[in-house]
Design a protein around this ligand. Sequence first.
Ligand code: VAH
Length: 313
Amino acid sequence: KILIIGAGGQIGVELTLALRKIYGRNNVIATDIREEHPILKEDNGPFFNLDVMDTKEVAKIVARENITQVYLLAAILSATGEANPIWAWDINMQSLLNLLEICRENKVKKFYWPSSIAAFGPNTPRQNTPQHTIMEPTTVYGISKYAGELWCQYYFNRYGLDIRSLRYPGLISWKSAPGGGTTDYAIDIYIEALKKQHFTCFLSEDTYLPMMYMDDAIRATIELMEAPAEKIRNRTAYNLSAMSFSPKEISESIKLHIPEFTIDYAPDYRQQIAASWPQSIDDSEARADWGWKHEFDLAKMTEDMLKNLRNKQ
Ligand code: VAH
């Protein structure tokens, strides 16, 4: 059985639905500290309220439900993390350490924990950022993701725990709300374009960032987890990429569908977070090792986002 922790989050909701399609609804247990997400309620699969920091409770569920795979998606993201650094570090790190120990003790077969391009920093080469390069993240979220990658590699090397991870770019989705990220302007812009035909962007117009449509991110996660263990060369986290764009470029792609759409820019504290991250990512090792290939570019994503957001209204 599969346990998903943080199943109510931006990635969690869609990953839960996707895994249930593959493994069967009752074999994928969704948990979250918040009450069950409406989309999961509708899906009517197994759900428990669970605080990832309650180690005893987590261990009880893993043992009682004969869990063989764990997806740990609970985290405090970059923008929120900067407002509460110690709290964000504690949650992001202690949750991972709790689960690494529980998975080791219960001989869980596979463990997934997401990293992020936030694990890179301002000294990292910013174009086509390589898989192996200078890290030195400058946000608490990024520090926790880089430290977490090294802990994952440690548990693989020392205990043989089959842990896998991806350095997600900014993820764009319409089904579930984002949670305090710096890249979330790229979600809000679509919602505001439909509602008000105008958007005030908290990043400057030429802020290039690596981005990915959620459909691609979910497929990448499942393809990574289903690849034969011997193909996995990186036990920190794989670089993963689809596209890079700036607020100016995404607004142009929206104008093709909503000609009256206008945008203005009011960069805030999230500008320097974005400025510390790469502008484009080299994911050739993911493509070579387990056949990664993205499907959504900016035009295709904009079309899909606007179509789905219109239907959702
Ligand atoms: C954030 N969406 O903005 C997340 C992600 C690369 C960005 O880690 O914090």
